[in-house]
Design a binder for this molecule. Structure first.
Ligand code: COA
Length: 359
């Protein structure tokens, strides 16, 4: 793989001239600043409302809205793949960043619903957008995936191993939801969000990823998981009958850990960067549940008007949720150039992550 990558770089005049070489660790480096230069998102057309769900399982609009804040979610078409949604979001992010596919040298896709176990969804996206100079791979960190991807890309760019990175989170959760289980099927939706990161100027006031934090607790894997379909519980007729390829969750416990870890991760980031909660222009939290969002904001001491919410429109789209929210905040003018935004997520694993970005 290293050999292929090197050959690709040699083929590209731009990389030859700029001497970006992901495999060259011989040069000493100074950490480079990283800027967020574009965002994009995509949600499928089909809306599934709470009223629609009332006809499918024993639930009510009132229960769903009061417990979660969700009013509707988007559902991908049967032939619409995770990579298709990722590609749409990626194209929009590249357009907003004003970068060509050839300029991208790293593509990271965060997903728990890949097109195939292998190759990675990132490779399908690479082919779709024609990013011939990119190395592409997936990461798996569930709802925290987008910020895990961001942190990874920041390391590559920061040490000069990449110049322009495309990070994407894309999920077709409707494919792994048990549509007979009312305790989970009302929560999730499909969609994708993307961002382009590039080595920045380092000039005070310019766009910069100021800090990021990731964490995991692998002792709590059973709180939220898809038990079957992997090497632990392979796909068999019996396992399919038992719906072991669908999401299983202990909702109450997940709720408690989500609030605690999102608060701790955001506070540790705030402490490390020296940013005070009052300096944060907008908090963009993982969009899983309005009650989780409100509890985290309250514990951070950030008023509701500085917290971005779109969970009512899309439900929980896992890693894509915070990426879609970031793009909506930017494209609607809710987050403006120069603003300091704080992204904070939580997901299966358990995993959690946060990032402070000056736009
Ligand atoms: N409609 C109607 N009733 C439902 C229901 C639904 N869709 N889902 C569950 N219920 C019922 C339960 O069966 C239970 O009934 P019982 O008291 O007769 O046993 C009752 O509602 C309360 O269930 P409970 O699980 O205690 O509700 P809750 O207030 O904890 O809310 C969640 C459930 C799932 C909304 C909540 O736990 C949650 O949001 N957890 C975090 C989930 C999450 O965000 N996961 C992803 C993290 S990345």
């Amino acid at each position: 793989m290293d050999y292929v990558l090197m050959c690709q770089y040699r083929q590209c005049r731009k990389h030859r001239e700029n001497k970006v070489d992901m495999n060259d660790l011989t040069k000493p480096f100074k950490r480079l600043p990283v800027a967020l230069i574009g965002t994009g998102s995509y949600v499928p057309e089909r809306r599934l409302t709470n009223e629609d769900l009332e006809k499918m399982v024993d639930t009510s609009n009132e229960w769903i809205v009061t417990r979660t804040g969700i009013e509707e979610r988007r559902i991908a078409a049967p032939d619409e793949k995770t990579s298709d949604m990722a590609t749409q979001a990626a194209r929009r992010a590249m357009e907003s960043a004003g970068v060509t596919p050839e300029e991208i040298d790293l593509i990271i896709v965060a997903t728990v619903t890949p097109d195939t176990f292998t190759p990675s969804t990132a490779c399908y996206v690479q082919a779709n957008i024609g990013a011939v100079n990119a190395a592409a791979f997936d990461i798996s960190a569930a709802c925290s995936g987008f910020l895990f991807a961001l942190k990874t890309a920041v390391q590559y760019i920061g040490c000069g191993q990449a110049r322009t990175a495309l990070i994407i989170a894309s999920e077709k959760l409707s494919h792994i939801v048990n549509w007979e289980d009312r305790s989970t099927c009302v929560l999730f939706g499909d969609g994708a969000g993307a961002a382009v990161l590039r080595s920045g100027t380092g000039i005070e006031g310019d766009s910069a990823v100021l800090a990021s934090d990731i964490g995991s607790d692998g002792t709590l894997t059973d709180l939220l998981m898809v038990p079957g379909g992997g090497s632990a519980i392979p796909t068999t007729e019996e396992n399919i009958q038992e719906k072991l390829y669908t999401l299983a969750m202990r909702g109450n416990e997940v709720f408690r850990y989500a609030v605690a870890h999102m608060k701790d991760s955001a506070l540790s980031l705030i402490e490390r960067t020296g940013i005070k909660p009052e300096d944060v222009d907008l908090v963009i939290p993982h969009q899983a549940n309005l009650r989780i969002i409100n509890a985290v904001a309250q514990r951070l001491g950030i008023p509701a008007e500085r917290v971005f919410v779109n969970v009512h429109k899309y439900g929980n789209t896992s890693g894509a949720a915070v990426a879609i929210a970031l793009d909506e905040a930017v494209s609607t003018g809710r987050a403006r150039k120069g603003d300091i935004i704080l992204l904070v997520t939580f997901g299966a694993g358990l995993t959690w992550s946060s990032a402070a970005i000056r736009l």
